[in-house]
Design a binder for this molecule. Sequence first.
Ligand SMILES: Nc1ncnc2c1ncn2[C@@H]1O[C@H](COP(=O)(O)OP(=O)(O)O)[C@@H](O)[C@H]1O
Ligand SMILES: [Mg+2]
Length: 230
Amino acid sequence: MDFDGSQVLIGKGAQADVFRYQGYAYKVYKSSYPAEWIAFEKDQQRAVNEAGLCPIRYYDTDDAHIIRMDLIEGEVLEKKVREGYIEGFGLLTSAFRKVHAASVEGIRMPPLIATAGMGLSEEEKDTIFPIIEKLSGKYPSCICHLDMHFLNIMLPSDGSEYKIIDWMNARIAPAVFDYARTYVIFDEFSQEALAIYKQVIADDIVALGISDEDFQDAVTVCAIIREREK
Ligand SMILES: Nc1ncnc2c1ncn2[C@@H]1O[C@H](COP(=O)(O)OP(=O)(O)O)[C@@H](O)[C@H]1O
Ligand SMILES: [Mg+2]
């Protein structure tokens, strides 16, 4: 497909640029990005559409490296938080609760254990698999977004509810992994944000019965997986 020059860059990720064009958002992946992963991302989006977790639909284009998406007119929560909107942290916790409360009945989404070992060394696998198994035996599994941060939550300008985007990493796993993944992300870029994050999730972690040790184990798993992504 060809853009006619009226497209506007509205977002940038590690693997793709996102443009506003003719009333839609277009995610344009680097040509080196595997087409199967794009197909997987579309399947994931369909699964969360059906689960009622995100109304944004993905559509095929004639280019396997370009996805057309329903456009969210608005801004990423990150921008608001940078401007001092501290309530953004509360939205983040509400987003977690919403995702984790969704039914996993009939959902087509891989469990974390099925993909977590991808690209890891044998030693790393020996570290993460026993932890994932232990925590999966101890806590109920739910949908985990596994990339929940301020750039993946958008605030529509019409004042409607926040939208959670970018479901590529979502897996079925105990909720502790979702909280731990975001912990690792905050730890990378801001100790100040991490300190606030720890505070705002504390009650929910207690309510889920998650011990400090289990949380730390989940952080270990997420840190190893995150390192591989770089
Ligand atoms: N449907 C959409 N409508 C409007 N903006 C979007 C949409 N999807 C993504 N964006 C913007 O593009 C950015 C990158 O998109 P995202 O799907 O998160 O890609 P990545 O996987 O590269 O992080 C987002 O942070 C957001 O600013
Ligand atoms: Mg993103």
